[in-house]
Design a protein around this ligand. Structure first.
Ligand SMILES: *Cc1c(COP(=O)(O)O)cnc(C)c1O
Length: 389
């Protein structure tokens, strides 16, 4: 069916990002690609096979529904998915019977997994997630002895694939002390379990930002999301990388992370407006001079934030054009004064490159005061995704 916009995923960019990140983490550590949030808005069904074709074998999602979608999108028998977050009993049963790994972050889940594994006669493939100071999810210190007892007594019910925690804000160096404390607590927790004779599997704590700020936290595995899609978690992380590797003169020049996603639409109509007239709803925008306005069939229902009203930019004919007036549910008005060749059907780039101009996610998110993560995951599932070379 016809759609008013489409998303392109670049194979070359993803391949290059994965190669770069793997070279950073080294051969001994495994890169697990986080595809929660519909693969950060890139679309699980389009993105996962693309990543698989780029050699990626390990994926992680936040919940079972997305985990299930990933398993359906995968085509190789050696590809796997880990569910890191919420699952009800029914979902746990599915995971155990399908041999899908998941995080165990509280006693309740440990006990339920044991019960289900016993009934299904299949071991639960688990990652023990330890509380280390984020105070979100994680097995508590005071339950350690009970955990050891359960794991030992029911060793046939479990395959401990890994042991992990999550760093509470590795993307801002201001959190340095808190992160160091977490790493110490994690280390200590691991030592405890090892001293009780448990094999902990792969140890992993680091998201994208940790690879750059805390290389000592790369351990046996990293869980990389945002960087694989070609974005720095924050400008701080990017600066840190550039300063360490290329010297200051290279700042702002070479970027090893390449944007995988582009988002494009077409002009649907043109209006010529005389001075004094208002454009679009209400009194948001009044033309002070003669203006040419292009109407683009994308609005906040497509993920183009209302915060971009009168502020956003799109690319048309290689020029940056301002959004004027309010972002509507399914349309925006864009100032194309001085670009006479624009007509219905002319390409509009909402995210990505056109000729020598580029709208990056960070310029997009700066304009709307949002995180790049947020801008990405809001891109609706229904927009078609197309892989380009
Ligand atoms: C989202 C997430 C990640 C990946 O974070 P990025 O900053 O996108 O690399 C890693 N671990 C967990 C537990 C997550 O929820």
């Amino acid at each position: 069916m016809y759609h008013t916009s489409h998303i392109e995923l670049s194979r070359a960019a993803l391949r290059s990002n994965l190669r770069f990140l793997k070279s950073r983490i080294g051969e001994l550590s495994r890169l697990v690609l986080v595809v929660k949030g519909n693969a950060y808005g890139h679309g699980i069904e389009g993105f996962v096979p693309l990543a698989e074709a780029c050699g990626q074998r390990h994926f992680a999602t936040s919940n079972a529904e997305e985990g299930w979608r990933v398993t359906r999108a995968l085509s190789r028998s050696d590809s796997q998915v880990i569910v890191m977050g919420e699952m009800n009993d029914e979902a746990l049963e599915w995971a155990i019977s399908e041999g899908i790994a998941f995080h165990v972050f509280d006693m309740e889940r440990l006990k339920t997994s044991r019960r289900l594994a016993e009934r299904l006669q299949r071991p639960a493939r688990i990652h023990l997630e330890l509380e280390t100071g984020m105070n979100r999810l994680g097995l508590e210190d005071w339950d350690r002895e009970k955990i050891v007892a359960i794991l030992r007594e029911h060793s046939a019910c479990f395959e401990i694939e890994g042991t992990c925690t999550h760093l509470a804000g590795a993307e801002n160096i201001a959190n340095y002390v808190r992160i160091q404390d977490q790493l110490r607590v994690f280390e200590e927790g691991c030592r405890f379990f090892v001293s009780r004779g448990l094999a902990l599997g792969r140890r992993h704590v680091s998201p994208s930002s940790g690879i750059f700020f805390y290389p000592e936290a790369i351990l046996d595995q990293v869980r990389v999301g945002i960087a694989a899609y070609g974005f720095w978690p924050t400008q701080e992380v990017r600066m840190r990388y550039l300063m360490e590797t290329e010297g200051r003169q290279a700042l702002g020049q070479k970027d090893p992370l390449k944007r995988v996603i582009s988002w494009k639409s077409l002009v649907m109509a043109i209006k010529d407006v005389t001075p004094g007239q208002f454009v679009n709803y209400g009194l948001f925008y009044q033309a002070t001079k003669k203006r040419r306005v292009a109407i683009v069939p994308v609005g906040y229902s497509e993920g183009f934030s209302r915060a971009l009203s009168n502020r956003g930019r799109v690319l048309i004919n290689g020029r940056r054009c301002q959004v004027i007036g309010a972002v509507n549910m399914n349309m925006i008005s864009v100032d194309v004064t001085g670009i006479p060749e624009v007509k219905p059907g002319t390409e509009v780039v909402l995210i990505g490159r056109q000729k020598r101009q580029q709208i990056s996610i960070s310029s997009f998110s700066n304009m709307s005061d949002e995180m790049n993560y947020e801008v990405l995951v809001r891109l609706p599932e229904r927009i078609p995704r197309v892989v380009v070379s």
